[in-house]
Design a protein around this ligand. Structure first.
Ligand code: FES
Ligand SMILES: [Fe+2]
Length: 441
């Protein structure tokens, strides 16, 4: 896909990866936001649904890709399809409910009807008014390319995008850290809420901001809140280096994972019992088996937490607004008691009224508001923690990683990749010129 770009914009100047500086304008400028919809949200693989949300023929969920309304369906052939929720006649939404089961989508304006594969199957007055001349095969809903990674269904608008496997690359090592813990299904329903936040502040927290936990979440921890992993963090008197690692991968993804200390885990807690399963431990292997939980970002806007087990999409709705969609996962083979405990722990943590979610949302809201100031915009934000100290380790334990936990390598990586997307004219340009983790970050 070749696009017209704002010719004078120098995205590499707005993100100074060498010194760890990021311009505040990228969080507030409406033109930059508009271009993100083209360069990023029209081009990347975006998370749509977990396949357990549409198990039967005719099941559908109404989702967003960027600001576009999209229907994801399970057709009678058993396959998953996605298409724009916009009638080809005058553009109306053909589906106005969040989710359900149907044989067809009928437009409320003039009644054009589409099947669950998006094909135009019915046109009122086809013979008498259209004289049998409308080529119905050419007027189906606009189709979207879909692919599935271990039950996670993604879609892209860009026919030139690489395969989903290539797009996710080494990030699969992080996603497997969650997916190997059990056989997951989504809890019915998607929790949705809005925040006055630029989507990137949420994404950069998601890729790895262990620094803020000491301060932002201290009150929740002191109040006895646990993170949904069955381990109890100890409130630290001051930020300090904890055990764990950071992994970043091509095209903007990354995660950080903190190590478990045995004395912290209450294995009687239902949400921790999966750790007693030797099959799971064998799948995870020695490095991932030590992990308490990982905060992960699948670029651009999917946050995944391996501890409280959820997919959290941060859908953009403008430079200073986003809508969060939270899908909670449980192991389908776990007892009802364990499933209930896990879903409740997840919601207490990152649900709309979750203890940590409240803290994070308040911070991102303030960062977004400050990015609008014409004076404030003259002063870059600092993403320089650990710069020059992030030695990339390559061994058999994992894809390339950095053996520290509290740093800003992941966040700076995300902005570096953001600048690559914003500057590149096509996927072939991106594939030829993109950052890979190597040397020292
Ligand atoms: S707008 Fe859908 S049938 Fe006319
Ligand atoms: Fe947080």
């Amino acid at each position: 896909m070749t696009v017209d770009r704002i010719a004078s914009r120098r995205y590499s100047e707005l993100v100074d990866a060498e010194h760890g500086l990021v311009s505040r304008t990228i969080f507030s400028d409406p033109e930059i936001y508009r271009e993100e919809l083209v360069q990023i949200f029209s081009r990347c693989w975006l998370f749509l649904v977990h396949e357990s949300q549409i198990p039967k023929a005719g099941d559908f969920v109404n989702v967003f890709m960027g600001e576009e309304s999209v229907i994801v369906t399970r057709h009678a052939d058993g396959n998953v399809y996605a298409f724009l929720n916009s009638c080809r006649h005058r553009g109306n939404k053909v589906c106005r409910v969040d989710a359900g089961n149907t044989k067809a989508f009928q437009c409320p304006y003039h009644g054009w009807t589409y099947n669950t594969r998006g094909e135009l199957s019915g046109v009122p007055g086809y013979a008498e008014l259209y004289h049998d001349e409308l080529d119905r095969s050419a007027w189906g809903l606009v189709g979207i390319r879909v692919a599935n990674y271990r039950g996670m269904v993604f879609g892209t608008f860009d026919p030139e995008a690489p395969t989903l496997e290539e797009y996710l690359g080494d990030m699969r090592f992080g996603l497997d850290l969650l997916l190997d813990q059990g056989e997951f299904v989504a809890v019915p329903g998607i929790a949705r809420w809005q925040m006055d936040v630029n989507w990137k502040f949420a994404s950069d927290n998601g890729i790895g901001d262990m620094y803020h936990g000491f301060w932002s979440h201290r009150s929740a921890i002191l109040a006895g809140h646990t993170s949904g992993t069955g381990s109890t963090p100890t409130p630290a008197p001051a930020p300090r280096a904890l055990g764990g690692f950071t992994l970043v991968s091509a095209y903007g993804h990354g995660f950080n994972a903190n190590f478990l200390e045995d004395r912290q885990v209450d294995l009687k807690n239902p949400v921790a019992q999966w750790r007693l399963d030797p099959t799971v431990q064998a799948k995870l292997g020695p490095l991932r088996g030590r992990v308490n939980r990982a905060n992960m970002l699948v670029f651009p806007n999917l946050f995944v937490n391996s501890g409280s087990r959820e997919f959290m999409l941060r859908n953009p709705l403008g430079p200073a607004k986003m809508e969060i969609w939270k899908t909670t996962l449980v192991d389908k083979n776990a007892s009802a008691e364990v499933q209930r405990a896990q879903a409740r722990a997840s919601n207490r943590h990152f649900g709309p009224a979750g203890m940590f979610e409240q803290d994070d949302g308040e911070n991102w809201d303030q960062s977004t508001a400050a990015a609008r100031g014409v004076i404030g915009q003259r002063y870059d934000l600092n993403y320089a923690m650990g710069i020059g100290h992030g030695r990339v380790v390559t061994d058999e334990q994992s894809p390339p990683r950095i053996d520290t936990l509290t740093n800003e390598h992941g966040q700076l990586w995300m902005y570096r990749c953001w600048a690559e997307y914003m500057s590149a004219g096509s996927w072939s340009e991106l594939r030829a010129h993109h950052a890979e983790p190597q040397g020292t970050l």
